[in-house]
Design a protein around this ligand. Structure first.
Ligand code: SF4
Length: 429
């Protein structure tokens, strides 16, 4: 185990856990976000036996086990290795950063089954040593064009299934650029490899300036980066591809043709081993074969009947978010104090109090980010309102990121709430 949570750009894994206020955080990168019930039981048990039973669902669809100690870490790794949840080494784990459509392989509305492509890309990333020079947070995304689009989720290289001249293709997107290239599905790994190597070569000697693909795109432009590897580009609005509807909330019961699925979210991503264990037992009783992790800090129970979904909604209503209009879904909050060593504010507690301000307000997509510090672990992007902890109080930023200049400084939680309330009422009156 490497122990260096304070290293710049540190991105924890299971083999490189991160020190936090409540012990080590062990992040599991679950391939495709697909947890078999055996794996789910193993994680719930290991979290209780070797951690403090608290878990997080991350915005990268990873599952974090908290409260692990230096003494229990190796036992936890040994245990979870038996369930194919641990990589062979730190490099392979670090580079295997592939986010996928949460219903991959079972979504009847998908344009393509991406499961083999996900596996092929992960295998290639693990086995190609030259790619282990990618920065730890460098990520890939593969969207199957079915339910719960991943469009809008920031990543470095995205492959989004689409139709092109009545065939299925992948639109390739760099960072969040509107200029895309189209490739055949069988060329996904080859294209990912070429783009990733272009990135690695371009940042030689410029590590500080080119940390992610968006920095290279800003410098070179997506058109040039694609043309170097022989791909033609299109602007999204003129590309010969189908246009997709905006993403629907995964929370609640959904029916897609003959297929039902239920989405439940962890409040601010935080849940625990008992809930995972109870959910897994519930899934077993109803012949649900897997749990699906999503980047919306939620999980899906696929292939569920409407009756079983009703039962789950009532069973888990007190511990998970079951309503797509729950105001907590509109708020991102990091671990905060005391779970994080860098925090001086109780972000999760405060976020819960702030969420109550939303109850009489029409939901219109407002987002609030409550961050323990400028590192902004819960949401690196802009939000309508951001509260950033500093010396036990909050600085307030409008339409910006946690590192932007605040319009108010030094608000205690009560004053932050009152300011927020006035602002929300003003906006929605
Ligand atoms: S953003 Fe939150 S979780 Fe991340 S380092 Fe700062 S206080 Fe800790």
């Amino acid at each position: 185990m490497t122990s260096a949570s304070s290293i710049k750009g540190w991105c924890p894994g299971a083999l490189r856990p991160m020190e936090s206020g409540d012990g080590l955080v062990v992040r599991l990168r679950v391939t495709g976000g697909v947890l078999s019930l055996k794996q789910a039981h193993a994680i719930a048990k290991a979290s209780t036996d070797y951690g403090n039973g608290v878990m997080d669902l991350s915005a990268r669809a990873n599952l974090q086990v908290r409260g692990v100690t230096q003494e229990t870490w190796s036992k936890l790794i040994d245990e979870l290795s038996q369930y194919d949840l641990i990589d062979a080494n730190e490099d392979a784990e670090s580079v295997r950063n592939v986010m996928t459509s949460p219903l991959s392989g079972i979504d009847s509305t998908a344009l393509i089954n991406i499961t083999p492509h996900v596996k092929a890309l992960e295998d290639h990333l693990k086995s190609t040593k030259s790619l282990h020079r990618l920065p730890a947070k460098f990520g890939f995304l593969i969207d199957d064009g079915g339910a719960f689009s991943l469009r809008g989720i920031a990543t470095d290289i995205a492959f989004e299934a689409t139709t092109n001249n009545s065939s299925v293709a992948f639109a390739v997107r760099l960072a969040d650029e509107e200029e895309i290239a189209l490739i055949r599905p069988e060329d996904l790994v080859k294209t990912a490899d070429a783009l990733a190597h272009s990135f690695i070569n371009a940042r030689q000697g410029h590590d500080d300036q080119i940390r992610r693909m968006k920095h290279l795109v800003e410098r070179e432009g997506a058109r040039k980066l694609f043309s170097v590897i022989g791909l033609e580009t299109f602007s999204v609005s003129h590309a010969p591809i189908d246009k997709r509807d905006a993403r629907q909330s995964p929370i609640g019961f959904h029916r897609f043709r003959a297929f039902g699925c239920l989405g439940l979210a962890a409040p601010f991503g935080r849940w625990n081993a008992k809930v995972l264990s109870d959910l897994t037992h519930f899934a077993e009783r109803h012949n649900i074969r897997s749990l699906r992790l999503t980047p919306w800090r939620a999980l899906l129970l696929p292939d569920i009947s409407e009756e079983a979904a009703e039962e789950a909604l009532s069973l888990f209503n007190d511990v998970l978010i079951t309503n797509p209009h729950d105001p907590r879904l509109f708020i991102a909050a990091c671990s905060g104090k005391p779970a994080c060593l860098h925090a001086s504010v109780k972000t999760q507690e405060d976020a819960l109090a702030f969420s109550k301000l939303f109850t009489k307000i029409p939901q219109s997509g407002i987002d609030l980010h409550v961050s323990g510090c400028e590192k902004a672990c819960a949401r690196p992007r802009s939000s309508k309102v951001t509260l950033v902890g500093r010396e036990g109080r909050y600085d307030l930023i409008l339409k910006g990121k946690a590192s932007d200049t605040p319009i108010k400084r030094g608000l205690d939680p009560m004053h932050a709430a009152s300011f927020l309330k006035d602002m929300l009422e003003g906006e929605f009156a």
